[in-house]
Design a protein around this ligand. Structure first.
Ligand code: 3H9
Length: 644
């Protein structure tokens, strides 16, 4: 079946594009649209054309799957020009989203109508590229320079009312979009047509405007937004054809860059993660209410995340005072969001009002899901699970947020094991996107599917993890830290390791990050393992913690923090404490340091994959990107080292 069919409504042709799931512009779509322009131009019975799309969206952009392949004619810029030059004026009827090449096709049309719920945008920078079919050249002609710069450099889509205000579309429609577009196109027949967008004048801006914009974008350190800015500038200073040639050359060069390949890898990995193949056809349960046990940093963050996803939450604490403190802690999260303009005051209040904090566990009697987020101690968590089994409905899903403990041991003897699961959130849980989902041997497929569905509702990135110490992320973190300590032992300064990892694209190096989070957490885990009789070698971090250096909170960890500040200063005390463990050696170049640490992460990832703890290298990459600050534009440790 063709991706394009044509209906006739009197003198109006309705071209219906149907290329599921999101009408991405494949070579077949380009050919079909080109052919339609030719056919309809030659049809004397047709005086105007409406372009509509089947399914949930207008055109979501060029087909990203084709980016690794040689370009095939007709090229998209030529198709947009062909539509613009059609003898019969085309009207785009946009629902869902018109993104990237989809919006570029709409810009080639003589008129654009938009459904009130739809949005338009240029997300290309998120893929490490810039628009490649006139987005940077036609947009400033239609909507002005500010709108064009903002759209192409930020990648953020614009909602329909804003698109109308900016002049990107001619009218907004509520209800029957196709009907409205056909009437609109009919009403324009015989009247004077507006200039095609390519022929419209464009403003200019002084040098200072562009350099100020450039400085702002440089801070993020990514190539694509800067190149997108250059392309818009070109569009305002050169002829239309020259600007088009510049845009195309920039697009092609970026498309073939390692950064763009990494971002495409992440693009597809993220989409696949939300719908694991193993759960195809398994219906999730509907979770209408949630219980959280424990109101510390983790429990409060989890409660906030569920409230922000619109679910009523009951939080259990040890006594009335702790319950009141937990309520205040969660409310502070909402108030903070309101202060930053992310929520209105009323929304923050409603979120806070929908949270019950109590010391009465029987308040969880009717929740659909209960998550324990108490102290990381087997006996404590075990007791909570026993309580949950007693007070919750027998079919309620019971989850543990443990980071290191074996969920099988926590759940031993709990009735109805098919409802038990690990949901490992990352702190702060209302912010961090990663959710490791850890099924137990008896977990029912529908419970696992429910966990993935919950992740989607919470806006999280779910990754299935098998049971082992640290699951995927913390296990790799342990290896990463050990490799960083090996570098210190070879004589590389702490600050050189951190600087190399920042240079690679992490926000913080491994030692700065430990100082921020506290060295004592991992130390206590190692001590607990030693107490159990396991052979855990003394780390350099252990030496610091034993000397009272637990990080920023104690005024010193790997660095000194004079006067309780946050500015790290190289520490003589650390040098003295570690002197016996450090050999003098040559300091490798920053790239070599990063290569070694990322290589260690990927080595551990490969073992994790071989053991079946993760299902794919791409999912390991997602864990690192969404849980540990690995730079997205490098694609994750597996992709970067060529292992995924
Ligand atoms: C571009 O246009 C460059 C041009 O300027 C120049 C060219 C010369 N290609 O997100 P979903 C698949 S660059 C191929 O879960 P939703 C996706 O993989 C492009 N496939 O749906 C998934 O597949 P599967 C600029 C694509 O309803 C399925 O569709 N455009 C593409 O939550 C469903 O995706 C973008 O970056 C694509 N372009 O959200 C837009 N898009 O089912 C990217 C999606 O096999 N797309 N797929 O796993 C989106 O933002 C969302 O998909 C959208 C729908 C908002 C449209």
């Amino acid at each position: 079946m063709s991706v394009l069919t044509i209906d006739r409504e009197g003198e109006i042709a309705v071209a219906i594009l149907d290329n599921p799931p999101v009408n991405a512009i494949s070579a077949e779509v380009r050919c079909a649209l080109w052919q339609a322009v030719e056919t309809l131009d030659a049809d004397p019975g047709i005086r105007a054309v409406v372009l509509v799309c089947a399914g949930r969206s207008f055109i979501a952009g060029a087909d990203v799957k084709e980016f690794g392949l040689p370009p095939v004619e007709p090229h998209l810029p030529d198709l947009v020009a062909r539509i613009e030059a059609a003898a019969k004026p085309w009207t785009a009827a946009i629902h869902g989203a018109a993104l990237g090449g989809g919006l570029e096709i709409a810009l080639g049309c003589r008129f654009r109508l938009i459904d009130a719920e739809a949005r338009v945008g240029f997300p290309e920078v998120g893929l490490g590229i810039i628009p490649g079919a006139s987005g940077t050249v036609r947009t400033p002609r239609l909507a002005g320079i500010e709108a064009a710069v903002e759209m192409v450099t930020s990648g953020k889509p614009v909602p329909a009312p804003e698109a109308l205000r900016l002049g990107l579309v001619d009218a907004m429609v509520t209800g029957d979009l196709r009907g409205a577009a056909v009437s609109y196109a009919a009403s324009m027949i015989g009247g004077p047509l507006p200039e095609p967008v390519s022929a419209r004048p464009v403003e200019t801006r002084p040098d200072s405007y562009w350099s100020e914009r450039r400085t702002r974008l440089e801070k993020a350190g990514e190539a694509a937004p800067l190149r997108a800015l250059e392309a818009v500038r070109k569009a305002t200073e050169a002829s239309f054809d020259e600007a088009m040639a510049f845009e195309r050359a920039t697009f092609l060069a970026l498309r073939d860059s390692p950064e763009a390949a990494a971002l495409r890898h992440v693009f597809f990995a993220e989409r696949a993660a939300l719908r694991p193949a193993a759960l195809k056809g398994v219906a999730p349960r509907n979770i209408g209410s949630v219980g959280v046990v424990g109101g510390g940093t983790m429990g409060a963050g989890i409660a906030a995340a569920f409230r922000m996803a619109g679910m009523p939450v009951t939080l259990i604490e040890r006594d009335a005072g702790a319950a009141a403190r937990a309520h205040a802690a969660v409310s502070r999260i909402f108030d903070g969001a309101a202060a930053r303009g992310k929520l209105t005051g009323d929304e923050a209040k409603a979120l806070s009002d929908g949270l019950i904090c109590t010391d009465d566990p029987t308040a969880l009697g009717d929740v659909d899901l209960a998550i324990e987020a108490v102290f990381e101690d087997l006996a404590v968590k075990r007791a909570v699970f026993d309580d949950l089994a007693r007070v919750c409905r027998p079919d309620a899903i019971l989850a543990t947020n443990t980071s290191y403990l074996d969920p099988r041991r926590l759940a031993e003897g709990v009735p109805a094991p098919e409802r038990l699961i690990g949901l490992h959130f990352f702190s702060p849980a209302h912010v961090m996107k990663l959710l490791e989902i850890v099924p137990l041997p008896g977990t029912a497929p529908e419970v696992l599917a429910t966990a993935f569905d919950l992740a989607r509702r919470l806006g999280k990135m779910p990754v299935r993890a098998g049971i082992c110490e640290g699951f995927i992320g913390n296990r790799i973190l342990k290896r990463h830290r050990a490799a960083a300590e090996d570098l210190l032992a070879e004589g590389v300064p702490v600050a050189a390791v951190d600087a190399a990892m920042r240079g690679f694209g992490f926000r913080m190096g491994p030692f700065e990050a430990q100082d921020l989070g506290g060295l004592d957490i991992a130390f206590l885990q190692r001590e607990a393992a030693r107490a159990e009789g396991r052979d855990v070698p003394e780390t350099l971090a252990d030496i610091l913690v034993r000397a009272g250096r637990k990080g920023q909170k104690t005024g010193g960890g790997w660095y000194d923090y004079p006067e309780g500040g946050r500015m790290p200063v190289a520490s003589d005390a650390v040098a003295r404490l570690l002197t016996d463990r450090i050999a003098g050696g040559e300091v490798p170049a920053p790239d070599a340091i990063a290569e070694r640490l990322v290589g260690a992460m990927a080595d551990e990832g490969a073992t994790i994959l071989a053991e079946g703890i993760a299902d794919s290298a791409a999912e390991i990459d997602l864990v690192e990107i969404h849980g540990y600050g690995f730079p997205r534009s490098k694609g994750g440790p597996m992709h970067w080292t060529g292992r995924g």
